[in-house]
Design a protein around this ligand. Structure first.
Ligand code: G3P
Ligand code: MG
Length: 238
C-alpha cells in the first residue's frame, strides 16, 4: 500500500505548510498531496480553502489577495503558536523543497468554486520547468479542468477526485482520459471500487486516518491512501 501525506504531514504539522511538507519529505513514504489556488496576482499558492479564514490569522478570499499580502499571514498559528512563522507556500516553494526527492507529488487543482483562469496552465508550466512530469499527479474534483489538463499536458498523470459511490466512475474517467480514480473511502471499499481495482484501475483513496479503514482499502485493492498520519500508516504497512 502506497502512503501519501495528505496536505503534508497534516496530523502533526499545520496543513499545507513547508513544516508539514518537510516532515513528509523526511519519511520513507511514497508521496505527498497538496492543494492549489491562485492568488489575486496570478501565483499558484498552496492552501486548501477558497478563503484564508480557517487556516490563518487573516480573513478573505485567496483570489482577492496578492502573494505579498498572503505572505503576511500566519499559516501555522491556528494549529499551534509554535508554528506562528509558517506562511502560505507558493507552489514553486513546495516543488523546490521536493527537488531531487523520490516522493510523488499530487497537486490538487482547487478550481471547484472559482475557475481561476490561467491556473492550470501555470501549474503545468511549473511542472515542465522543474522537469518533474513523471513525478507529478494532477487531480481535481473539477473534471472539466482535469480533462483540459490531459489534453494540454498528456505527459502528466491525472487523478479524478470524487466523493460518492459513483456507479459509472470508470466510464467518466475514460471519457476525460483520467489515469486514476481518487475516490473517498466508501467507493473504494464497496463493489464498484473493488471491481475497478480487480480490473486493473489505479485507486488512490482519501482521507484514510484510521488503521482499520486503511486495511479495508488495501483488502479492496486500492493502490494508495492519502492520510494525515503517514507515521501511523508506516507502522501498519512498511
Ligand atoms: O486529494 C485528496 C483529498 O485532498 C481531496 O479532498 O478536501 O482534502 O482536498 P480535500
Ligand atoms: Mg486535497
Amino acid at each position: 500500500m502506497e502512503i501519501f501525506a495528505h496536505r503534508g504531514a497534516s496530523g502533526s504539522r499545520p496543513e499545507n505548510t513547508l513544516a508539514a511538507f518537510r516532515e513528509a519529505a523526511g519519511l520513507p513514504i511514497d508521496g505527498v498531496e497538496l492543494d492549489v489556488h491562485l492568488s489575486g496576482d496570478g501565483v499558484p499558492v498552496v492552501i486548501h480553502d477558497e478563503t484564508v479564514d480557517r487556516t490563518t490569522d487573516g480573513s478573505g478570499y485567496v483570489k482577492a489577495m496578492t502573494v505579498d499580502e498572503l505572505k503576511q499571514l500566519s499559516a501555522g498559528c491556528r494549529f499551534s503558536d509554535e508554528y506562528y512563522d509558517e506562511r502560505i507556500p507558493t507552489l514553486r516553494e513546495v516543488l523546490e523543497l521536493f527537488r531531487g526527492k523520490p516522493h510523488r507529488l499530487n497537486i490538487e487543482l482547487k478550481s471547484d468554486v472559482f475557475p481561476y483562469p490561467g491556473m492550470r496552465q501555470k501549474v503545468i508550466a511549473l511542472v515542465r520547468e522543474f522537469g518533474i512530469a513523471d513525478q507529478v499527479i494532477l487531480s481535481s474534483f473539477d473534471h472539466v479542468t482535469l480533462e483540459a489538463v490531459k489534453r494540454e499536458a498528456p505527459e502528466i498523470e491525472t487523478g479524478m477526485l470524487f466523493v460518492e459511490i459513483l456507479a459509472d466512475a470508470r466510464a467518466t474517467a475514460a471519457r476525460i482520459s483520467a489515469d486514476a480514480l481518487h475516490p473517498a473511502l466508501p467507493y473504494a471499499v464497496r463493489e464498484p471500487g473493488r471491481q475497478a481495482a480487480a480490473e486493473g484501475a489505479v485507486l488512490r483513496v482519501y482521507t484514510v486516518n484510521e488503521p482499520e479503514y486503511a486495511v479495508m482499502a488495501r483488502e479492496a485493492g486500492a493502490q494508495a491512501i492519502f492520510t494525515d498520519y503517514p507515521d501511523r500508516m508506516l507502522k501498519l504497512f512498511k
